[in-house]
Ligand binder design. Structure first.
Ligand code: NAD
Length: 527
């Protein structure tokens, strides 16, 4: 059997007067007028624990989008037991049947659920229509279409040689135990990918979605089930990260973690697994896959095209309010070009329309929640008070209606200024202006300034400059772009992930990632 050739889902444009725009507006209005109650789902059973939390609309934060029941210790234990009971039947199912379920999920999300999942992502995660389309439609569907193809490649990899009278083969078994998937708020697509990729490889998965992305993730889960995912293969477990993490990870049957989120949380889980391992809790070495934070950069050489750089930097820094792990949050600009660039950046930022995420004319909306608002504001306040930094545009924060932070640009006099080094995860770009003659020296600075290494871009026409940057920044980014913005990796085109404090670099959207969810057994048979 062969998996259908995957293709990237084309994006719809929702132009004025289009049917798509009308349907999406209706879907948004419907979600604004109802409050869905979301249970935990274990073995297909809906469980309401009574420990209820709310997901709010980011840009209209007095309004509740949905409520959800948080998993407690009893539900988590039940989920573990139920998964282990479902495991042998699931792993015995032929790969084609498993793949068909996820391919069908892609279809359902593309048709029946397309507007609902977009509306949930727009209102619940604060995405504008275009940002939601990129994520909840295109990327989500792409993961589900491309992963089966990558899995097929893995299963077909066999030793190329056999000596006479014997047959060597490799069997790609699922892991022994269960996999825990813990997903972040900022991409519905990651919510879909984290549990489905280990499940595709025959594993049972306990999935904890982010509390600020519950509704969109629940729609993904509904689509999995409707596509034929057997009960117990993926459990849907909203709840407190710490509790879910502790119970699911402190268990002998924990075999792998598929995590995306902040570096701090991942480090905590990593330490926990290391301690459990040395205490002899686990059967083997759990597979720990984590895609974590970033302090992603745009580096301009004085041969670069100014307008191209400005346009891409504005998009990479401020689309989705800078809340992409790949968002550009620091830039290095040569002094000779700075006056022109400064004027263009400032005038463009002043024109950015900010507002409700379901207002189809806005470019930026609100940030995800109160904690995030307060955290971003603290960096802006620091810059306002610091002699080492100057805010050249933006700086306003207002949470009276939604968690609104204006797109903000800080110019740092010190290349090691706080916001040049630390991930803020908001619409804040920090710029360091360097002397043109110090190009190489500044590249070295860029390489060593932050602990992260997720994405980065060089903008230059001069090929020597491109090559120098490519060499010096070899370890500074898992995804490196030449004359393009550092956001927008496409499944099937640019495998995504970073190293250093940005994660284990097991590239999402590639066979490398799926390889982590199997444990190979070599079989030699003599005739
Ligand atoms: P987060 O770390 O706050 O939360 C991620 C998930 O971990 C959530 O489901 C959360 O509930 C859970 N969690 C929190 N504490 C936990 C604990 N003690 N034990 C177990 N689970 C726990 O991250 P976020 O705010 O949802 O997402 C933003 C972060 O994610 C940023 O740092 C961003 O760079 C990163 N991110 C990285 C990538 C990537 O591919 N590298 C992609 C998207 C987001």
């Amino acid at each position: 059997a062969s998996i259908p050739k995957p293709y990237n889902e084309p994006m719809l444009n929702y132009e004025v007067g289009s049917v798509q725009r009308k349907l999406l507006k209706e879907a948004c209005a419907k979600l604004r007028n109802e409050t869905i109650e979301i249970p935990c789902i274990v073995g297909g059973e809906e469980i309401k624990t009574g420990d209820v939390q709310k997901q709010l609309i980011c840009s209209d934060n007095k309004k509740v989008l949905c409520t959800f029941h948080q998993a407690n210790a009893e539900v988590l234990q039940k989920a573990i037991d139920n998964s282990l009971a479902a495991k042998s039947k699931w792993e015995a199912l032929p790969f084609e049947d498993r793949a068909a379920i996820f391919l069908k999920t892609a279809d359902l999300l593309n048709t029946k659920y397309r507007y609902e999942i977009l509306a949930a992502t727009m209102l619940g995660q604060g995405k504008t229509v275009w940002q939601a389309e990129i994520d909840a439609a295109a990327e989500t569907i792409d993961f589900l279409r491309f992963n089966p193809k990558y899995a097929e490649e893995i299963y077909s990899q066999q030793p190329p040689a056999n000596t006479n009278g014997c047959w060597n083969r490799v069997e790609y078994r699922p892991l022994e135990g269960y996999v825990v998937a813990i997903s972040p708020f900022n991409f519905t697509a990651i919510g879909a990918n984290l549990p489905s990729s280990p499940a595709l490889m025959g594993n049972v998965v306990l999935w904890k979605p982010a509390s600020t992305a519950i509704l969109s993730n629940y729609i993904v889960f509904k689509a999995f089930r409707e596509a034929g995912l057997p009960d117990g293969v993926i459990q849907f477990l909203p709840g407190s990260g710490r509790l879910v993490g502790d119970i699911l990870i402190n268990n002998r049957n924990f075999a792998g973690l598929h995590f995306t989120g902040s570096t701090g949380v991942f480090n905590g889980i990593y330490q926990k697994t290391a301690a459990n391992l040395s205490a002899g809790l686990y059967r083997g070495y759990p597979r720990i896959v984590g895609e974590t934070g970033g302090k992603d950069f745009h580096f301009l050489h004085n041969s670069g095209e100014v307008d191209h750089f400005v346009f891409n930097t504005l998009r990479a820094s401020f689309e989705y309010q800078g809340q992409k792990c790949s968002a550009c949050s620091r830039a290095y600009i040569p002094a000779s070009l700075w006056p022109t660039i400064k004027e263009k950046l400032v005038s463009n930022v002043k024109e950015m329309k900010q507002g409700q995420s379901d207002d189809f004319s806005v470019f930026v909306s609100a940030v995800i929640d109160k904690n995030s608002f307060n955290n971003i504001k603290s960096y802006i306040d620091h810059a306002k008070a610091s002699a080492d930094a100057e805010i050249i545009v933006g700086g306003g924060c207002d949470d009276s209606v939604g968690w609104f932070v204006e797109p903000t640009i800080i110019v740092a006099k010190d290349p090691h200024y706080k916001s040049m080094e630390e991930e803020i995860f908001g619409p804040v770009l920090t710029i360091y202006v360097y002397e043109d003659s110090k190009f190489e020296e500044t590249l070295r600075l860029c390489d060593t300034t932050s602990p992260y290494a997720l994405t980065g871009s060089i903008f230059a026409k001069c090929r020597y400059a491109v090559q120098t940057a490519n060499q010096i920044l070899k370890s500074a980014a898992g995804n490196f772009y030449i004359n393009d913005k550092c956001t927008g990796a496409v499944v099937g085109q640019q495998p995504f992930g970073g190293a250093r404090a940005s994660g284990t670099n097991d590239k999402a959207g590639a066979s490398l990632n799926l390889l982590r969810w199997v444990s190979a057994r070599t079989i030699k048979e003599n005739f």
